[in-house]
Design a protein around this ligand. Sequence first.
Ligand code: FAD
Length: 311
Amino acid sequence: MSEIREVVIIGSGPAGYTAALYAARAQLKPLLFGSSIFVGGSLTTTTEVENFPGFPDGVDGPVLMENMRAQAEKFGAEMIDDDIVSVDLTGEIKKLTDSEGTVHRAKAVIIATGSGYRKLGLPNEEKLSGRGVSWCATCDGFFFRDRDIVVVGGGDTAMEEATFLTRFARSVTVVHRRSTLRASQAMRNRAFADDKISFAFDSEIVEIKDENGMLGGVALRDTLTGELRELAATGLFIAIGHDPRTELFTGQLDLDAEGYIVVEAPSTRTKLPGVFAAGDVVDRTYRQAITAAGTGAAAGLDAERYLADLA
Ligand code: FAD
């Protein structure tokens, strides 16, 4: 049988590493599982991060994550680059099984597994990520000044991204598969009233064009007639939703209709004593590195107080 740890953290993004930093500084010797293939979380898939405070000249995403990890390790956090594949969070002692079948036991667990942007699933989409293709206007809009931009999606997020991008862009074309938008009336009205935004309804993107390693435009197919046409653009924002990584917790924790973990906000407590959740796996609204780090810190503190009360 493995030793019983004070706290185990699942997830190696800003939320997980910050929770590890706080737990380590509280002498809890946290153990963090950070995935076998995706160590460091979402920011490792981007280059320059300009909106994380403390870096006036911006910071490279992977470098920021390596630094967060090193800072937590400096205070005694232990990291294992492996996946947790099953959990039993219901008892007083939580059990987490890694990919080799080893069961790890802990009094408290912090879940920081993040969420994934939904992809179109087209060739060149991944390759041109950071080279014209993006999933986050707040993160990347600033890099798209005076560009012609395409936004894909018909919900509130797509309208919000499109409206936000008009601050920088020359033009924004919203591409949506249907003839009506799913977005709320207020968001629709704002987008319709904006001179820089036009709409390509009943249209889907069938090709993302690579022009010397940068986005060159997209090919659209009319969903009613099948007709193809090309749209020149040097920016493509994909706003078709997110999938929180919560499959492991279904049936044990309360999840909302879209699969996000429900916590007793503003705390990070879930419905199970000793189980806390932080970052994008909880947050459907802000989804930023700094907000994930902020709730990670809160989870570290919540776990520390929970353990102190047990003692
Ligand atoms: P994540 O960073 O997603 O990390 C979760 C980690 O947990 C992942 O490594 C995952 O593999 C791991 N994990 C999941 N399940 C398990 C398991 N069972 N076992 C072990 N590990 C597991 N935000 C900004 O503020 N500024 C930006 O400029 C910016 N740019 C971005 C660019 C891109 C391309 C992307 C994709 C996102 C960007 N974001 C940016 C958003 C930001 O990255 C996220 O809001 C933030 O990383 C969320 O942190 P998190 O810790 O909640 O989750």
